[in-house]
Design a protein around this ligand. Structure first.
Ligand code: ZL4
Ligand code: CA
Ligand code: ZN
Length: 397
């Protein structure tokens, strides 16, 4: 042969069904599937599709989703449409719809949308367990708030839980890391009683000036799994609560120090990294001040552990910056360096002219856009790291 085979286990696979783009949560809802359209066009314009195996997964089946979710909930979700919703149906509220929030609206094609992003995560996990790839990517997934019988925080099906269940068929210990600005509560809860999954979430935590907790209101440093000392899950959860305005150097230091310690102690056989891009500066919902390359350095750090790696999307509410970040992180996976000037043939290039300086570039400075004052003092972060490392002592049994 002519060296045509790929060296086993060194390829990156990209799992995406563009039909997710046709779905809309409603015109003023912050979650925009359009960010996935922009991500796709950036990835293509930089030619990254030639460096990966591309897959277009069909919708997941009811049965696949029932590996985690209750059938009653799935039946409700599969049948509900904007035409047939009954707002006073008690199960409508119980399953997380309606209420004064409108976080989880019922929109046209909802079932199609959730089954498409879910199977992309399942296929990505499968390409790792079958050793077709060493890194698998699904930017349309990462919906970490969904519970087994409830929609929550823009999330209806928890594709991450389903993907981790798939990884557990081959791997003894899976590490889940979540850099979305929100706490990864759904994934944490799903695996709270097992020691085969360790969940680590970095997020904003705290109460605003009107007395409202930042969503979902959980994830303090003391929350580290079930209190029952006989539970196998005890100590297999680590939460890193952060304040507004954290900057690049602080976050990179924190991420490297804590994630490195977890990997060393827990010795995972596979890693799932949820890359929610609402932790960037200038996000419509987030409160952090991260730049794209600082966010991407988390991917570099995790890649350096050389474990089978599943990368998934998540939040991200300033679509042009979500697309920039996930394109950059795709490049990190394949080991490519991208030019800061956006390719001139990029479709929708006008979408990349925003309020930050650096329109027409891949790496604008986001640090000063809608800036949140940094109230994370060096001293508080030191204490947090100390606390986190203390929490890891539970792993010694
Ligand atoms: C919106 O403009 O904090 C939903 C949600 C819909 C359209 C018009 C309806 C107006 C901001 C958010 C009513 C809006 C009421 N529309 C929003 C406690 C809340 C009750 C609902 O990144 N109101 C609930 C969820 C969070 C709450 C964050 C993050 C997902 C993820 C992974 C989920 N919910 C207060 C808010 C709007 C809306 C504008 C909104 N919702 C902002 N933050 C929330 O972690 C994907
Ligand atoms: Ca998080
Ligand atoms: Zn989020």
């Amino acid at each position: 042969t002519f060296g045509m085979e790929k060296p086993q286990g060194y390829s990156v696979s990209f799992h995406y069904n563009p039909h997710v783009e046709y779905h809309h949560f409603g015109s003023s809802h912050p979650m925009k599937p359009w960010r996935l359209t922009l991500t796709k066009h950036l990835v293509l314009a930089y030619g990254l599709e030639f460096t990966m195996d591309l897959y277009q997964p069909p919708p997941a089946t009811f049965e696949q989703l029932s590996q985690f979710h209750d059938e009653g909930y799935l039946e409700f979700l599969s049948k509900i449409t904007p035409q047939n919703v009954e707002h006073d149906d008690p199960s409508y509220l119980a399953y997380g719809f309606g209420g004064e929030s409108n976080d989880c609206p019922v929109f046209d094609g909802l079932w199609n949308y959730v089954t498409l992003y879910s199977n992309a995560s399942l296929w990505a996990a499968n390409s790792l367990t079958s050793q077709q790839s060493s890194i698998a990517i699904n930017w349309s997934g990462g919906l970490h708030h969904a519970k087994k019988n409830m929609a929550s925080g823009f999330c209806y099906i928890n594709d991450i839980v389903l993907a981790i269940q798939q990884l557990l068929t081959r791997h003894q210990r899976v590490l889940y890391i979540d850099i979305d600005v929100h706490h990864g509560d759904g994934v944490e809860q799903a695996f709270e009683s097992t020691d085969r999954v360790f969940t680590l979430s970095y997020h904003k935590f705290g109460i605003d000036k009107n007395g409202y907790p930042f969503f979902p209101g959980t994830g303090n440093i003391h929350e580290m799994g079930p209190n029952d000392p006989s539970s196998r899950g005890k100590g297999h959860t680590l939460n890193i609560p952060l304040e507004d305005g954290i900057d690049d150097d602080q976050y990179k230091w924190l991420f490297k120090t804590i994630t490195g310690a977890v990997v060393e102690k827990y010795q995972p056989e596979a890693i799932v990294l949820q890359c929610g891009a609402d932790s960037l500066g200038g996000d419509r919902l987030g409160k952090f001040n991260l730049n794209i390359k600082a966010h991407g350095s988390c991917v570099e750090t995790v890649k350096s552990f050389e474990k089978p790696l599943l990368l998934i999307g998540g939040g991200g509410y300033t679509p042009r910056n979500v697309a920039r970040t996930w394109c950059h992180e795709t490049a990190v996976c394949v080991g490519a360096t991208l030019h800061n000037n956006l390719p001139t043939h990029l479709p929708y290039i006008q979408a990349f002219q925003g309020d930050e300086n650096g329109g027409g570039t891949l790496y604008p400075d986001l640090h000063n856009t809608k800036r949140h004052d940094n109230v994370n003092s060096a001293q508080k972060l030191q204490k947090l790291v100390q606390h986190a490392l203390e929490n890891l002592r539970y792993l010694e049994g």
